[in-house]
Design a protein around this ligand. Structure first.
Ligand code: FAD
Length: 463
């Protein structure tokens, strides 16, 4: 790991730990991972005044532009069958592009890149408040160019891309003209341990030749997806955390074979899709490597950045929505002479949901603040903590909201079933829960025993 750190050339965020060690009066303050010191900046979770108008603007935009557009978009895409489902229905993209153009015009674009000249320059903390609003509306993130996996991919390109890679791929991604995918998980290897990634990349002359089989590559089904950031094993003889590299593979390269869509609880999520892809002697120029040969893990560690907790931020919004629906249903229907909300343990379910939402909100805000104050690497335990906590609890809340709705809860008439499936898959797609617990538990045990860093280096992420 020491060697790995020395070789790191990834540009740090503009804000430094030193500047954050100063409080508003310029006096030094104490910083720690789990501080209860009231003067520690980690404990100040307020949104900045500067961003408040933007936050209000985003909420208005979702209500006035995104939601009405999404309704029409869904209606146009309904009832499509067969291969048609992997394209867009006439008029769908016009609606979406119209909303995106409006968002751009109103300055509601690319919030996700913190402290960057390409984004809004938002801190993670400020973004966390906004992302929670984005989570309430399925198309909001895309309308404002803040959706996964593009956010993580843009972040990677922005931090480690060469000028040529940026012009070719980052520019159109930032403009919302194309979409991208992140190709890591493999059919035949346990991919929660990135050391297992075995898709081979061999340098032949001026080209990388790639062979392997991946699945659950989100977004690769869409005709708008043009580029895959692909994790490969380029040097099987190197130390375990220097065997992997990341290579930019244009989706239309000969040999990239899209075999079909993997299902998620019986749905194929067309036209976005979670694709099964075979790389069959795929040849791309040598220059398509990101950062350098053997540096895939370093890039993955970079993905420990803001992109890592966006899902959690949005999940808080989903939990809020589920609780609202649960209560609305609970007071609107009666059984056994009482409103549903007052029957059996339902009051306690509602109470626990509210308590959990507020606890999760504080945790996510604190994780975001830790990234702002300590830097992404130092704040990684916070990131793992929220990832271990949030999707599991949000699943429980949505599950109870479903129950309060009776059969309607699993139907197409409420968003709950879809929301549940989404949250449940996050417990895998964002790294399995167990891996997050492993990192947090190791940190605690590590206070009492000395542990090698080798394991931490393998905890790499997708979204
Ligand atoms: C909807 C969806 C979208 C996805 N999108 C993408 C994508 O865009 N790109 C991409 O590359 N991948 C994607 N994935 C794949 C996802 O990242 C992987 O499924 C996940 O990382 C686990 O890898 P695996 O499936 O190989 O499971 P395995 O590595 O085989 O793990 C299986 C199980 O073993 C257990 N386990 C693993 N490690 C530990 C541990 N340390 N301690 C205890 N138990 C452990 C866990 O229960 C885990 O769920 C997506 C998955 C889903 C469901």
């Amino acid at each position: 790991m020491a060697a790995l750190r020395e070789r790191r050339i990834i540009r740090p965020p503009a804000r430094t730990q030193e500047t954050d060690r100063m409080n508003a009066t310029g006096a030094p303050t104490t910083l720690s991972m789990f501080s209860t010191d009231p003067s520690d900046p980690l404990n100040d979770l307020r949104m900045s005044e500067r961003v408040r108008p933007l936050y209000e603007h985003v909420k208005r935009f979702i209500a006035e532009t995104v939601e009405p557009m999404a309704e029409k978009y869904e209606a146009l895409g309904a009832n499509r069958t067969g291969e048609d489902r992997w394209t867009y229905a006439p008029g769908q993209l016009d609606l979406l592009e119209g909303a995106k153009a409006q968002a751009k015009k109103e300055g509601l674009w690319n919030f996700f890149l913190p402290d960057s000249h390409t984004g809004q320059g938002l801190s993670n903390l400020d973004y966390a408040y906004i992302a929670s609003e984005l989570g309430k509306s399925p198309m909001a993130s895309e309308c404002m160019n803040c959706s996964a996996p593009d956010t993580g991919n843009m972040e990677v390109l922005e931090r480690v891309g060469t000028p040529e890679q940026k012009v070719k791929w980052l520019k159109p991604l930032l403009a919302g003209e194309i979409r991208s995918a992140y190709a890591m998980t493999e059919v035949h290897h346990a991919s929660s341990d990135a050391r297992n990634i075995a898709t081979s990349a061999r340098l032949e002359g001026h080209e990388w030749v790639i062979n392997g089989e991946k699945h659950y590559i989100s977004g690769a089904g869409s005709p708008r997806c043009k580029i895959l950031i692909t994790m490969v094993r380029s040097n099987p003889d190197a130390p375990s955390h220097q065997q992997q590299s990341m290579i930019l593979v244009p989706k239309d390269t000969p040999g990239v074979k899209i075999m079909g869509a993997m299902h998620v609880f019986g749905e194929d999520h067309a036209p976005h899709g979670h694709m099964h892809i075979v790389f069959d002697n795929v040849r791309v120029p040598k220059e398509n490597i990101l950062l350098g040969e053997g540096r895939g893990f370093e890039i993955s560690q970079l993905r420990l950045g803001p992109g890592r907790i966006h899902h959690c931020m949005r999940s808080i919004g989903q939990a809020e929505k589920a609780l609202t629906l649960m209560v609305q249903r609970g007071v609107a229907r009666e059984a056994f002479g009482k409103k549903l909300a007052w029957l059996g343990g339902n009051v306690e379910h509602i109470s626990r949901a509210r308590i959990d939402i507020e606890a999760m909100r504080l945790m996510v805000l604190k994780a975001a603040k830790a990234m702002d104050v300590l830097g992404n690497r130092e704040a990684r335990i916070w990131v793992h903590m929220v990832k271990a906590m949030v999707p599991e609890r949000v699943c429980q809340i949505i599950d109870q909201a479903i129950q309060m709705h009776g059969a309607l809860g699993v139907s197409q008439k409420t968003p709950l079933a879809r929301m549940y499936a989404m949250q449940r898959t996050l417990r895998l797609a964002d790294g399995p829960d167990e891996v997050h617990h492993l990192v947090v538990g190791r940190q605690e045990i590590g206070h009492h025993e000395s542990l090698s860093e080798e394991m931490n280096a393998t905890m790499v992420w997708r979204s």
